[in-house]
Design a protein around this ligand. Structure first.
Ligand SMILES: Nc1nc2[nH]cc(C(=O)O)c2c(=O)[nH]1
Ligand code: SF4
Ligand SMILES: [Mg+2]
Length: 247
């Protein structure tokens, strides 16, 4: 396994100044942002632990599903200073903060974002779009890849679609709306949501954790996405690195 926890940190930071982290990667074993508007850009990853949804098709259940994983094995507290020092040890400019759902910890993310920006990084959040970002988080150098989860992803849309939060992301002017889809029916649902909440730009990403499924689903979806003049992204890390954890 190539997962690397942040290096040269105190083992467990105190609660006030720390974040609950699942894994950090991209320094020892380099990788790309695999999804969305920056697909193919060299990137570092901070994956925060915990989620406020329980999607059955989630591919990072080790951040929240404690019926299958042990939270003590799958997460550590890391200090903001240690995370900034870890990212600063790499020349890679883009830091992707993902999860789980990173905005659960957003009060404690504000100093992390400030530290990373001061260190010359730019930041993309991968978020499920259910928690509105506070103004302090909507800073220069920060973008949000917002992925509202559809019912077909194994979640109740009464929980996963939060209009006020989606509207806050739209208003931020810093969001792209990246939907995971498997079928043409999913595209119809995405169109309804995009119309209802004025979501733009819309990105569609094929669901799948193998190159075969990504390719097949790309062929199912591509015409419908192109016809609507939406953007399409593959999952580059699945093709390049076989969806290995820590890539
Ligand atoms: N390379 C790579 N790119 C990614 N973009 C979003 C990811 C995620 O898990 O949120 C991810 C990931 O896990 N790996
Ligand atoms: S919102 Fe994302 S991390 Fe949370 S359960 Fe759903 S797929 Fe997993
Ligand atoms: Mg992922």
């Amino acid at each position: 396994m190539t997962t690397t926890k942040p290096l040269n940190l105190e083992p467990e930071a105190a609660e006030g100044e720390s974040l609950i982290v699942a894994e950090c990667f991209g320094t020892e074993v380099p990788t790309f942002q695999g999804e969305g508007p920056s697909c193919g850009h060299p990137a570092l990853f901070i994956r925060l632990s915990r989620c406020n949804l329980t999607c059955t098709r989630c591919d990072t259940k080790y951040t929240w599903d404690w019926s299958r994983f042990d939270p003590h094995e799958e997460s550590t507290r890391q200090s903001v200073a240690g995370l900034v020092a870890w990212a600063s040890s790499s020349p890679v400019e883009l830091v992707v903060i993902t999860g789980g759902e990173p905005l659960i910890q957003q009060a404690r993310l504000v100093p992390l974002v400030r530290g990373l920006i001061t260190a010359g990084k730019r930041i993309e959040f991968e978020t499920n779009g259910t928690i509105a970002p506070t103004p302090e988080l909507v800073a220069d150098g920060v973008r949000f890849n917002v992925s509202p989860k559809l019912a077909s992803f194994g979640v109740k849309e009464t929980k996963s679609i939060v209009p006020a939060a989606l509207e806050a992301f739209v208003a931020s002017g810093r969001a792209a709306f990246k939907f995971v889809a498997s079928t043409v029916d999913d595209l119809d649902r995405i169109a309804e949501l995009a119309d209802a909440h004025r979501l733009a730009p819309v990105w569609v990403m094929p669901e799948g954790t193998t190159p075969e499924v990504i390719t097949a689903t790309t062929r199912v979806l591509a015409d419908g996405v192109a016809a609507r003049h939406w953007h399409f992204t593959i999952r580059l890390h699945v093709l390049a690195f076989a969806d290995a954890r820590g890539r």
